[in-house]
Design a protein around this ligand. Structure first.
Ligand code: ATR
Length: 280
């Protein structure tokens, strides 16, 4: 029996939970594979990717700061990766070309809707930040029937630019944080990288409608600054991105192995580890 090799490249990568998640998926589904993590800075990406696939690698996840490089490197792109301008999943095809996909958006949607019962249809959604993470989640949110999406960013021009890019898919507008005064939303999504350093964008206090939910794409061992803000300002739910991480991995696993792993027990395990302070 051959054992297929998959990996995640990123920088830094030491604390990645992806090897654990894919090991649990492989055990659960009986798939013969190994999944490793490699620290690959941007300047080493081209060499590392060539070596990985020459040595028999079958599929690769790319995380920060490599998603845009992976998008440039892929020979073909799925429509959702093309839209996102970012690739987190590369798959070796039968003709030795690389197909680039992006499973982040579907990962978020699965966590929001299946795991937490958060409605998207007819909802007014605010996304904080206008980087690559934002680009990956707009189309699936509109696909699921969001009424409108406002993108707020420290540099408003970037928010306007992304909003323009997604105009054809629905009602998307961009603004700076001061323009959020007097606006109310059903769902807030933090897609800034500020959370990781404990920072928060300057948010007006009355952003949340009754029953609003808040979701931080980042995750940490403790509640993020954005989750703390959300609790203080009346959110019904304040979640971080651990569930999204497992769901985007499940989608990558499905692309590679054509088997959909079950995520609930894996997410429960990750949460349990976190509660007990066990490093991955
Ligand atoms: P990613 O690919 O993870 O989205 P990115 O493209 O570097 O990363 O984007 C990071 C986002 O976080 C940007 O929207 C950035 O705002 P600017 O475009 O104004 O730089 C936002 N961000 C980072 N630190 C922030 C902070 N302290 N306060 C507010 N926004 C912040």
């Amino acid at each position: 029996m051959t054992i297929d090799h998959y990996a995640v490249f990123g920088h830094p990568i030491k604390h990645s939970k992806s090897p654990l998640i894919h090991r649990l998926f492989a055990e659960q589904t009986g798939q013969p594979l190994i999944y490793t993590a490699e620290d690959v800075p941007q300047q080493a990406f081209a060499m590392a990717i060539e070596r990985f696939f020459l040595n028999g690698g079958r599929g690769l996840n790319c995380t920060l700061p490599l998603k845009e490089l992976a998008w440039q490197t892929a020979s073909h792109l799925t429509p959702r990766a093309q839209r996102a301008k970012a690739v987190n999943t590369l798959t070796l095809q039968a003709d030795n070309t690389l197909l680039g996909d992006n499973t982040d958006g579907i990962g978020l949607l699965n966590d929001l809707t299946h795991n937490h019962g958060i409605a998207i249809k007819n909802q007014r959604i605010l996304i904080l930040g206008a980087g690559g993470a934002t680009r990956g989640i707009i189309a699936p949110l509109l696909d699921h029937g969001a009424t409108n999406i406002v993108i707020a960013n420290r540099t408003p021009e970037k928010a306007h630019f992304i909003a323009q890019e997604f105009q054809d898919l629905g009602d998307v507008t961009g603004c700076g944080y001061p323009a959020l005064e007097n606006q109310r939303f059903d769902l807030l999504i933090n897609a800034t990288s500020a959370s990781l350093s404990g920072d928060l964008p300057p948010l007006p206090p009355k952003l949340l409608r009754d029953n609003a939910s808040c979701y931080d794409l980042a995750y940490a061992d403790r509640p993020t600054a954005f989750m703390d803000w959300s609790h203080r300002h009346g959110a019904r739910l304040a979640l971080d991105g651990l569930g999204m991480l497992a769901e985007q991995a499940a989608e990558a696993f499905y692309i590679w192995r054509n088997i959909r792993p079950e995520t609930a027990t894996v997410i429960a395990y990750l949460n349990q580890q976190r509660q007990h302070g066990i490093p991955s």
